[in-house]
Design a protein around this ligand. Structure first.
Ligand SMILES: C[S@@+](CC[C@H](N)C(=O)[O-])C[C@H]1O[C@@H](n2cnc3c(N)ncnc32)[C@H](O)[C@@H]1O
Length: 349
C-alpha cells in the first residue's frame, strides 16, 4: 500500500499544482532565454546584466525573475541572482539530453492538448488530434504533415529517452546477441547507444517512414553499417525475420491491451526458439496510485497521441507475455523515471 501524504504535504502539493502551469512556462521562458545557462557561467549576475543578455525589458524581466525565485530554482543573493543546485544540474546544461528540449516539447505538444482533457476523456477518444492536419487516427501518423512539430517532438523524446536510458543499458545484456529489432525505435537514439556498447550486434529500427527519415539523418556514418532502418507500419507491415531479440522501448504503453497482445504475438512469430523479448518503459505501481510521470504520459496518450494506452503496471505486461507464449517472464522494477524492464523467452530451444 502506498502511504497517503499528511494534510500539510497535500496542501503544499495542491498549491504547487494549481500554480504549476504558469511556473512551468516561466521555466521554459528562462531556459529559452538562456538565463540558467548565463547564471551558470556568471553566478551572482546582476539584474542589469541579465536584461542585456536576455534582451527582455526591465519590468518583464523583473516579473520573470519573481516567478523563477518563487519556485526556489533561482535565488536572489545580494544584488545578484544564482542558480539553485537543481537548476544548475537540470536547466543550465545544453546538449542532446537537455531538459530544455523536453520542456519545450511538453509546452508545444502536451500541454495545449490538455486544455481539451475533459472533452477527450468523456468522448473516449483523442479529440485533441483535431488541432493537427491530416486524417490519420494517431498523433504519430499525423506528425508527418507538420515537420516543425515533428522535430520539436522528437527532440523532446530523444532528450527524455537519453535521460531514462541508463536503466536499460545497466540491465540489458546483449553480449551474446546477433541482431536486435527495436520496434517503434523513433529516431534511433536507443539503438545508437546500444550499438556503441555492443559492437558485435546489429540493430534494426522499425518506425513510420517519416520518423525513419529523421533516424537516417541522426545516424552517424560510423554506425550506419550496423544500425538499419525499416520504415513501415507496426500493424500492417511484417517484422524482419532474422532477429534474435525484439525490444519495445517506450512503445507498448501507447497502445491498447488488444494491440499490445497483437504486437507481442508478432514478436513471438519473428523470434527463433530461445529468442528474447524486452519491454522497457513507464510502468504504474500495482495499485495505480502514484507515479507523476506515468500519469502525465497516460493522459497525453488518451487526449492526443492514440486515444488509448497508459503507463500499465508491469504485472499486466507479464500476464500478456505469458499469454503470448513467452516463458521465464520477469521484470526489473524501480528503474529511473518509473521505468521497468520486462523480459520473456520464446521456448523450444
Ligand atoms: C513514444 S515513441 C518511442 C520512441 C523510442 N522507442 C524512444 O524510446 O525514444 C513511440 C514510437 O512508436 C512509433 N509508432 C507509433 N505507431 C506506429 C505505427 N503504427 N507504426 C510504426 N511506428 C509507430 C512512433 O512513430 C514513435 O516513434
Amino acid at each position: 500500500m502506498t502511504p497517503s501524504p499528511d494534510r500539510s504535504q497535500l496542501l503544499d502539493r495542491f498549491h504547487t499544482i494549481v500554480n504549476g502551469p504558469a511556473l512551468f512556462n516561466a521555466l521554459v521562458a528562462g531556459a529559452e532565454l538562456g538565463l540558467f545557462e548565463h547564471l551558470s557561467r556568471h553566478p551572482q549576475a546582476e539584474f542589469k546584466q541579465l536584461c542585456e543578455t536576455t534582451g527582455v525589458p526591465a519590468h518583464q524581466l523583473r516579473v520573470l525573475l519573481f516567478a523563477l525565485c518563487s519556485t526556489g530554482l533561482v535565488r536572489r543573493e545580494g544584488e545578484g541572482y544564482v542558480n539553485s543546485d537543481v537548476a544548475e544540474e537540470l536547466l543550465a546544461p545544453q546538449g542532446e539530453d537537455s531538459w530544455r528540449d523536453i520542456l519545450v516539447g511538453w509546452q508545444r505538444v502536451y500541454y495545449p492538448a490538455f486544455a481539451r482533457m475533459t472533452e477527450a476523456l468523456k468522448a473516449g477518444t483523442n479529440t485533441a488530434l483535431d488541432d493537427y492536419p491530416g486524417t490519420e487516427p494517431t498523433f504519430y501518423q499525423r506528425l508527418a504533415h507538420s515537420p516543425d512539430v515533428e522535430s520539436v517532438f522528437h527532440a523532446a523524446m530523444t532528450a527524455f529517452t537519453l535521460r531514462s536510458l541508463p536503466g536499460l543499458l545497466d540491465h540489458l545484456d546483449l553480449s551474446q546477441t546477433r541482431h536486435l529489432l527495436d520496434v517503434g525505435g523513433g529516431d534511433g537514439t536507443t539503438s545508437k547507444r546500444l550499438a556503441e556498447k555492443y559492437p558485435g550486434c546489429r540493430f534494426t529500427v522499425f518506425d513510420t517512414p517519416s520518423v525513419a527519415e529523421l533516424a537516417d539523418r541522426a545516424m552517424p556514418t560510423s554506425l550506419g553499417e550496423r544500425v538499419a532502418l525499416c520504415p513501415g507500419d507496426l500493424f500492417t507491415d511484417p517484422f524482419p525475420q532474422d532477429v534474435d531479440r525484439v525490444l519495445f522501448s517506450h512503445c507498448l504503453e501507447v497502445f491498447s491491451p488488444e494491440q499490445i497482445g497483437f504486437l507481442m504475438g508478432k514478436a513471438f512469430d519473428a523470434l527463433p526458439p530461445g529468442g528474447q523479448i524486452h519491454l522497457y518503459g513507464f510502468t504504474a505501481t500495482d495499485d495505480e496510485q502514484t507515479g507523476m510521470y506515468g500519469a502525465r504520459l497516460s493522459l497525453y496518450l488518451n487526449v492526443l497521441a492514440t486515444g488509448s494506452g497508459m503507463s500499465y503496471p508491469a504485472a499486466d505486461y507479464e500476464q500478456q507475455l505469458a499469454q503470448a507464449g513467452f516463458t521465464g517472464v520477469h521484470s526489473v522494477t524501480g528503474l529511473p523515471y518509473e521505468h521497468t524492464l520486462t523480459t520473456g523467452v520464446k521456448p523450444g530451444e
